[in-house]
Design a protein around this ligand. Structure first.
Ligand code: ADP
Length: 317
């Protein structure tokens, strides 16, 4: 039975896994990214991690079908070049697939992180059996992977799926990390939950999330979610607003693509019904009837492993 390697490159750590044909992780490990040391340093660590994986699992190049990488940024799927990864400084125009193929003589592919997660969910998670779905992640930003007619959609220049940058406001609005204003991500990601929470307590009002913030006063989306679960009305309202924004963004996508499912993952989606209820309600109220009533809004199933599992499947994704 042949196996594949999935590698998930993040700003802090590189996760590596050996994955079997059923999407099961047989072995996993991680090495620090240390981006500030330069990309060559990280690439050498990745090569060593692949050698360690082979040693520990008693495999060699002939027993491994493919290697797949996922990156949080812009990549060229066709040439295997990382164009730009904003959270991993120094990774600009790095031909990583070629570098790995030259070393290990195993076919290697790369793609962006949310597309890999969508591929993982399609093969082994919440998207199994679906021909048309949208996979979104809500964390520090909002990203998406689109599957249409059973295929990942990459777009003309490999830039498809930027759901976080759907405009919710014609002019002005909150400033987004992309440089524009009024993007969904600027209204509804983890940092906007935190901004809303601070805005509320600015005048000294008491809330549960203020009490729960601890000595340093740092509020996170996780803390706001816990406060909401304990009945704090402001925290509940924040999740209502954020869910409504995401629901409005998704309404456009649902009207456009008529997907069977929307799969929602990422850290903030761990809030569960607090976030899912207003999303579902908004879509039901605002999307066109046929597309809106047939779509299912479900949580992602593969969690943190979606990236490595999906990346390992890129060669026929
Ligand atoms: P990144 O986009 O940086 O990869 P993640 O998708 O891991 O981030 O999401 C991290 C965020 O998820 C953090 O801001 C954290 O506070 C938030 N988070 C984690 N668990 C929960 C939860 N149960 N409810 C709401 N937010 C959560």
């Amino acid at each position: 039975m042949k196996k594949r390697i999935g590698i998930d490159v993040g700003g802090t750590n590189v996760k590596i896994a050996l994955v079997d044909e059923n999407g099961k992780i047989i072995y996993s490990n991680s090495v620090p990214t240390y981006a500030k040391m330069g990309y060559e340093y990280t690439v050498n660590n990745i090569k060593q991690a692949i050698r360690d994986l082979m040693k520990e699992t008693e495999t060699d190049s002939t027993m491994i079908d493919a290697i797949g990488f996922d990156f949080p940024g812009q990549v060229d799927y066709k040439t295997g070049v990382v164009k730009l990864a904003p959270n991993i400084p120094g990774w600009v125009n790095v031909p990583i697939a070629q570098m790995i193929e030259d070393e290990f003589h195993i076919p290697t592919r790369i793609d962006n992180d949310v597309r890999c997660a969508a591929l993982g969910e399609m093969k082994f998670g919440a998207g199994r059996g679906c021909q048309n779905f949208v996979c979104i992640t809500v964390g520090t930003g909002i990203g998406s992977g689109l599957v249409v007619n059973g295929q990942l959609v990459r777009g003309a220049a490999n830039a498809a799926g930027e759901l976080g940058h759907i405009k919710l406001q014609m002019k002005d609005g909150p400033i987004c990390g992309c440089g524009d204003t009024g993007c969904l991500e600027a209204f509804a990601s983890g940092p906007s939950i935190v901004a809303m929470a601070y805005e509320y307590i600015k005048g000294g009002k008491a809330t549960k999330f203020r009490e729960m913030a601890g000595a340093d006063g740092e509020i996170t989306p996780y803390i706001v979610a816990k406060a909401a679960e304990e009945g704090d009305p402001v925290a509940k309202r924040i999740f209502e607003i954020v869910g409504e924004y995401i629901g409005i963004g998704l309404t456009s996508v649902i009207n456009l693509l008529n997907p069977e499912k929307v799969i929602i993952g990422g850290g903030v989606a761990e809030a569960g019904d607090l976030l899912f209820d207003p999303i579902r309600r908004t879509i039901k109220d605002r999307a066109m009837t046929v597309a809106g009533s047939s779509v299912e809004i479900v949580p992602a199933q593969l969690g943190n492993s979606a990236g490595v599992i999906g990346a390992s499947m890129l060669i026929d994704g």
